[in-house]
Write a protein that binds this ligand. Sequence first.
Ligand SMILES: NC(=O)c1ccc[n+]([C@@H]2O[C@H](COP(=O)([O-])OP(=O)(O)OC[C@H]3O[C@@H](n4cnc5c(N)ncnc54)[C@H](O)[C@@H]3O)[C@@H](O)[C@H]2O)c1
Length: 367
Amino acid sequence: MEGSPVDSRLEDLVIQSHKGPYRVRFGSPFEGLESGLGAREHLLVDARVAELYAGPLAAALKGPSVLRIEATEENKSLERFPAYIGHLLKHGIRRDHTLVAVGGGVLQDIAAFLAAILHRGIAWRFHPTTLLAQADSCIGSKSSVNVAGYKNQLGTFTPPKEIRISTDLLETLSEVDLRSGIGEMIKVHLISGREDTQGIAADYPRLLTDRPVLLRRIRRSLEIKRELIERDEFDRDERLVMNYGHSFGHAIESATRFQVPHGIAVTIGMDLANYLSWAWGFLGRELFEEIHPLLAANIRGFEEVEIPEEHLFLALGRDKKNLGGDLSLILTRGPGRMFRGRVPQDENLRRICRDYFKEAGCQSLLR
Ligand SMILES: NC(=O)c1ccc[n+]([C@@H]2O[C@H](COP(=O)([O-])OP(=O)(O)OC[C@H]3O[C@@H](n4cnc5c(N)ncnc54)[C@H](O)[C@@H]3O)[C@@H](O)[C@H]2O)c1
């Protein structure tokens, strides 16, 4: 990628939340951490990031209160929290102290949950280091913690005080990690409408190679998400469209035993939701075909992964958003026109899914 200091040229974004406004700033890597942490700050850092960026983080890593955490699902389970809390109490954490999280979505979930429960709520700041965290999860207030082997069953709405983004940190991510984050970026652009859909489709070939283009789309993704979360911070109504592609996405991740990364599975999920919308008469065929090449480009390399049909539908049936015996799916009438549909889990649904995988998709659905 080009190496110009582009990040700091972008204007801050201010997000309104029930805890007041908070700010997303675009700047150089680990801005504010170069000279170490203050006496009232406690660092929670992704162990891999601490190793990869030992130089720029040197001063912060010498701080009195540093918790290095490997970014695994086990480490964001409730069972691990007594150890984190013990560490922070031992290091004198008080109500007026701040947690400083450096890492991706896993570190975000741990820090936000700790910030919500410690002393009934303390401040936290976030330096996201994955594309998913920079372009999507860093705003929206949510923390999600695993418990008793179940994913994301506990959570709070705890926005950080500030978020500092630098795309320089994305250089050490693999192409697949980046494309997984791009899947979520495509999602919000499709939710926004036709102009943004065409914009990201035109930029897609350069997102991996041209940092200013990627950064502009990260900021636009956050702007689009901001509109939704400011209207529905607590995920009761309008924000539900953010689940577009996710019911099938989660089921595909589970059925392939996580061979398909999250954002790629969501990309397949959006294409499948579009196909179902067409099959049920909500979406014109020409719109399905207009959007498909962008989604297909982001899926590439995962076309051959086999998806066991029984496992896929079992996982779909377990989605916590389902209503009674029916599935709750986000369907579409076109870019910017997503809606929640209640869909019976019957042979008709299975037949259309099989047709998708045969015709439009490229995955092999194993029966
Ligand atoms: N709270 C929310 O709103 C929200 C939203 C979406 C996802 N999530 C959660 O986020 C988690 C996924 O987060 P994620 O995709 O950001 O990744 P992650 O935090 O799971 O990290 C993925 C991998 O990338 C490594 N890594 C992080 N930054 C790196 C860098 N700059 N260079 C090289 N390697 C780096 C990590 O060590 C890890 O191995 C899931 O647990 C998911 O449930 C939360």
